[in-house]
Design a protein around this ligand. Structure first.
Ligand code: SF4
Length: 232
């Protein structure tokens, strides 16, 4: 497992908690708008500085009683075969775990949940299912995406679904279909695309949605979920 980054303190990544965020390298998707190419593209990841596991756990040990939890993000954490061990080491130290995922490995999620290794899970909904391959630039097993959604919704674990909204990719129809895909979910966050650093530089030309558009999307998605909010 390669640790490609560490944000030592965050007040926003884990709702209601003071946390640290650890970025794991590797992802099975290639979303053109991805903000973390250095974690996703092997040629960039190779050159990207690595944090050793020893240093990471030493840091965590120094933060006992100062942090509530650890956000484990990527990349896509579930592509790492050692993830269960890694989360276990975090839990052993008494921290809550928030896991970010693209939902491509439902069996891994189920296994981690059963072992009690996750306290909060955030799953990205990339697009309506028929647009998943286009948006993620990858071959997708859509059944796995649907299965992850069901596992998360039916779990006892706190969760959210979330979508980064991309102009030219998502519109009212897409938001409505994504809402339908997660129908009945407790929490759905919509976040605006920010053209800063991407896998596909074509996305840097795109202008983020204006507030009025976001609010209309929020209203549209609210038909399907208990609570839909815009995340800044
Ligand atoms: S946005 Fe997430 S799922 Fe997509 S390529 Fe980047 S890290 Fe992977």
């Amino acid at each position: 497992m390669k640790i490609g980054g560490l944000q030592k303190t965050t007040l926003i990544d884990y709702p209601g908690k003071v946390a640290t965020t650890v970025f794991l390298s590797g992802c099975n998707f290639r979303c053109g708008y991805c903000y973390n190419p250095e974690l996703v593209l092997p040629e960039k990841a190779k050159k990207h500085p690595e944090i050793s596991q020893e240093d990471f756990f030493r840091f965590l040990d120094s933060r006992k009683n100062l942090l509530d939890g650890v956000c484990v993000t990527g990349g896509e954490p579930t592509v790492n075969p050692e993830l269960s061990w890694f989360l276990g080491e975090i839990k052993k130290r008494g921290f809550l775990v928030k896991l970010d995922t693209n939902g491509s490995h439902p069996e891994t999620l189920e296994n981690l949940f059963k072992k009690g290794l996750v306290d909060y899970v955030a799953m990205d909904i990339k697009a309506p299912l028929e647009k998943y391959e286009e948006v993620t630039g990858s071959k997708i097993d859509k059944e796995k995406i649907k299965k992850s959604i069901e596992i998360i919704k039916n779990s006892e674990i706190e969760y959210e679904f979330r979508t980064t909204l991309i102009p030219g990719v998502h519109g009212k129809e897409e938001v409505s279909k994504m809402g339908e895909l997660i129908k009945g979910a407790k929490r759905y966050f919509l976040q605006n695309f920010m053209p800063e650093k991407t896998i596909n530089n074509g996305f840097l030309e795109k202008k983020p949605f204006v507030v009025k558009d976001l609010e209309n999307f929020r209203k549209e998605a609210s038909f399907f979920v208990e609570n839909c909010s815009i995340r800044e």
